[in-house]
Write a protein that binds this ligand. Structure first.
Ligand code: ATP
Ligand code: MG
Length: 496
């Protein structure tokens, strides 16, 4: 259905310029895909995609003429056009659907002459609308599959028969779930589309793990992440992505929990997503208890799950490797799962235990670990008040990670002093070091070999009695500074 409509769309000048230049040279050019959908939903598109009947070389020629940089480094006919401030418009030659005999990539890309054919190969009606500006606030709209109606009703429906369209590319099933949960409130997968997903869910295994991973990340990063995972489970897709997670479904916990293992993991993810926490914490929240089903001993309210964090960390590592997550992300997530159970109680757990936790889990991961712990508590369904304890632990972490105040901080040591003053070892060396330490604590700029040597020469002229007095005064000062520093750290975390 072709129509012309007056519409107020906010399209940046560089995208309008790209459309205009293509048309000036006699080519067709339409804004398509996710950005058209976003415009009709009054959302700001994240990137600008244009479809054209020009071949990639012809598109490049149009912009070469304008002295605008382009790149073309793929097999899909997409030319990137680079405008100032790194604004990129992607211009892709019309394509028609081709066969996917490996279910991963189209066998070959077939160019097409008609926008209609290009729209027909797209996954969902809402992603298959093309628009092109005609004049001021006037647009040509091509909406062959009633995508506008589906946007209005918030329906995700395949272009054409769902079973056929999923058979061409099974990843589309997961994309349907992704769109349902990331487009906003009230979106639903259309009934026949959903039935086909349920029927073919087991065939998701044929899709490449990298593509599955990318869709999974989009679901996890959305505000409705937990709902998205639940839709994956209900449609049967989850057991072909993360069977380890699904295993916890219906596995009851004990008196500390309201939910089963699976639901608890989801509730934690829900907290992390609503709080806008980063991807590592979200993923760790979702996976933190996957070791529970296999380590469960006993039943009822006294069931135990000894070592589930270690077993879970191993399982998470295997799963994330299988899904081709980058190594550095795997390391971070696995580490959080491994240490999520740390025990902490004010006055009960001492500095050495905190120091051990920091050493094992890494100081750079402490903030994430504390956030995961918060998610774990809230996600249990019967959260005990813990903010004070966590603040106190933060204080302890900072305390044990600060450089201790000690003569080791000085740019001069006992041996240097013996050499400079040509003396033997003895209590005097320690006294001198204490006085120098006070000198440096009062003003860190004093911590140079030269300044300390000069000071040392001065001190060496003093009588033993006076030196001792100075040492005692210095020790008191050092003590005061230590107490003050600790007080400041405490105040920062509102703990006493
Ligand atoms: P987002 O805003 O999250 O990027 P999007 O709709 O732009 O969503 P993309 O994955 O960027 O999604 O794809 C761009 C467009 O390409 C889609 O709108 C759709 O028209 C088409 N498309 C992408 N993947 C497929 C697929 N697997 N099968 C058919 N068409 C697809
Ligand atoms: Mg996109």
């Amino acid at each position: 259905m072709k129509q012309t409509k007056k519409l107020k769309f906010n399209i940046p000048d560089y995208a309008l310029f790209a459309l205009e230049k293509m048309k000036e040279k006699g080519f067709e050019a339409y804004i398509v895909g996710g950005c058209t959908r976003d415009l009709f939903m009054s959302k700001e598109p994240s990137d600008w995609d244009i479809a054209t009947n020009a071949r990639p070389e012809q598109t490049q020629a149009v912009f070469k003429f304008q002295n605008i940089k382009t790149f073309y480094e793929n097999d899909f006919g997409t030319v990137g056009v680079v405008f100032p401030e790194n604004n990129v418009v992607e211009i892709t030659t019309y394509r028609s659907e081709s066969t996917y005999s490996d279910y991963r990539h189209p066998d070959k890309v077939v160019w097409s002459r008609h926008i209609e054919e290009d729209l027909k190969r797209r996954d969902f009606t809402i992603n298959a609308i093309a628009i092109s500006p005609l004049g001021k606030e006037e647009f040509e709209i091509i909406d062959l599959f009633f995508g506008l109606k589906d946007i209005k009703n918030k329906v995700i429906r395949t272009v054409g028969k769902p079973e056929e369209r999923f058979s061409e590319d099974f990843l589309r099933m997961m994309r349907a779930v992704r769109f349902e949960n990331t487009l906003g409130k009230g979106w639903k997968i259309e009934e026949n589309t959903e039935k086909a997903i349920i029927k073919y869910s087991y065939l998701l295994e044929k899709s490449s793990k990298e593509r599955i991973r990318d869709e999974l990340i989009k679901i996890i990063m959305s505000e409705n992440a937990a709902q998205g995972i639940e839709t994956l489970r209900k449609t049967g897709l989850l057991s072909h992505i993360m069977p380890e997670l699904e295993k916890g479904f219906g596995v009851k916990q004990n008196k500390h929990h309201v939910y089963d293992c699976y639901r608890h993991n989801l509730e934690c993810l829900n907290y992390a997503a609503k709080k806008g926490l980063d991807s590592h914490v979200r993923m760790a929240a979702l996976l933190h208890d996957i070791g529970k089903p296999t380590t469960k001993k006993g039943t009822g309210e006294n069931a135990t799950f000894y070592n589930h964090e270690m077993v879970g960390a191993k399982m998470a590592e295997k799963m994330l490797n299988r899904l081709k997550f980058p190594k550095k992300d795997i390391d971070k997530i696995v580490n959080l799962v491994r240490y999520h159970l740390f025990y902490y109680n004010v006055d009960e757990v001492g500095e050495s235990s905190v120091r051990r936790l920091v050493r094992k889990a890494g100081i750079e991961n402490m903030e994430d670990l504390l956030q995961l712990r918060m998610a774990d508590r809230i996600g249990s369904g019967c959260p005990k008040a813990e903010p004070y304890k966590l603040r106190h632990l933060k204080y302890m972490i900072e305390k044990v990670s600060q450089d201790p105040i000690s003569v080791k901080m000085l740019k001069i040591n006992g041996n240097d002093i013996m050499q400079i003053l040509k003396t033997e070892p003895g209590p005097k060396i320690g006294q001198l070091l204490d006085i120098l330490l006070e000198e440096v604590l009062k003003n860190p700029k004093n911590n140079t070999k030269k300044h300390l040597t000069d000071k040392l020469m001065e001190l060496s002229k003093l009588k033993d009695k006076d030196l001792l007095k100075l040492t005692q005064k210095a020790k008191k000062e050092i003590d005061k500074i230590e107490t003050k520093q600790d007080q400041m750290t405490k105040e920062r975390y509102w703990v006493t």
